[in-house]
Design a protein around this ligand. Structure first.
Ligand SMILES: [Zn+2]
Length: 78
């Protein structure tokens, strides 16, 4: 589900590179994280199936080599 959101954002050019302010072109190594590997600093509210995801975003626009491995990729969606 998160992956669909990510793909939609990239396809729709809504996921913006923070450096050049153009749409991010590519991503790689998307992983869903389960509670088992989520080190949410002991937050007990995360006990019922809350998951995150992590992805490497690659800008891919001319003259911009921004890339970032992040759990917070939703922050880049406008
Ligand atoms: Zn860029």
């Amino acid at each position: 589900m998160s992956l669909n959101m990510l793909m939609d954002a990239i396809d729709g050019k809504k996921l913006m590179c923070p450096l050049c302010k153009k749409p991010v072109q590519k991503y790689e190594k998307f992983v869903e994280m389960t509670n088992n590997v989520w080190d949410g600093a002991g937050d007990s509210n995360r006990n019922e199936g809350t998951v995150g995801s992590k992805v490497t975003l690659i800008c891919g626009n001319d003259k911009c080599d921004w890339r970032e491995r992040t759990e917070y990729w939703k922050n880049y969606i406008e």
